[in-house]
Design a protein around this ligand. Sequence first.
Ligand SMILES: *Cc1c(COP(=O)(O)O)cnc(C)c1O
Length: 351
Amino acid sequence: MSKFFSSRLSSLEAYVPGEQPKDMAYIKLNTNESPFPPAPAVQRALTEDTVAKLRLYCDPEASRLKAALADSFATDASRIFVSNGSDDILNFAFLAFGEGGVAFPDISYGFYEVFARLHGISAEKIPLAEDFSITPKDYFAKGKMVCIANPNAPTGMALSLEEVEAIVKSNPDSVVLIDEAYVDFGGESCAALTKKYKNLLCVGTFSKSRSMAGARLGFAVADEALIADLERVKYSTNPYNVNSLTQLLGVLTLENQAYYTENCQRIIEARAYATKALEALGFSVLPSSANFIFAKSDRIGGEALYLALKARGVLVRHFEKPRIADYNRITVGTLADMQALVAAVKDILSQ
Ligand SMILES: *Cc1c(COP(=O)(O)O)cnc(C)c1O
């Protein structure tokens, strides 16, 4: 830390992204990316012409992209926000709506705590139940912003739409942010509920089910007034935060929804296979509605398994944290990826 660094930020602990080692070719099951490439039309979009247009600034209003998203959620473009990945939206939302503090589960996406610290917002971490589920009534009438990943990470467990609605309804004077990064793998989206509740901010991403993690595109659906607040923060930060290539790829992605729906189905099938195979090997696997499973072995510790898998060319994510250190979060890839994972686990357990 230099002597110039703001003292307000001196205790900031930055988010640590999943590792991207370059020493060998890994089966990468550690950052919940899609194993499938973008749709063919998306892959073909970057023509010389398109690239030549990079000399111009991109559309700060992202009009075509917002219109396409509005279409897909059967709503108005004034109720859509887009940004440079959904992390960017979380950042803006904490800044815009977190003044009175924020409550989120003690075991959840690590960025919530980072953004709270970054903006000097007091964070209340609400413990998950013994079975790692979220107890909705713990989030009733909080009198502060509430932030929940649904399905939650790294557990993969989901709240029903009724449970989400009960939380939103009981907090009319604070924003309830529902982070739906994994919703397309078996969760229920609250996007339509934003018409009924002015305090609900539904956040989504193109990084997981839409095979575009590297392009950085996130979106939010909410009441117009909440969207206007987010726009105000965005225009005070970087009006051009979704580049023109990403805007174009986003539109084409939405035009090819059937391709992505089919990929989600394949991942759901691979998830069922991996869950069953690991359970047969003595693992406990939490019930997942996401593109990852959270699993612990009855025979080998979490870190030992993570290291042994890595040595065999399979990367998973291990969190050395209370209550979850025995577990690993394993991204669900293709069926072949999951077969390779299970073979590596069998090999490790036979040593
Ligand atoms: C992956 C993830 C995000 C971030 O997605 P980006 O759009 O790539 O920034 C947000 N929330 C959760 C819970 C995630 O797992």
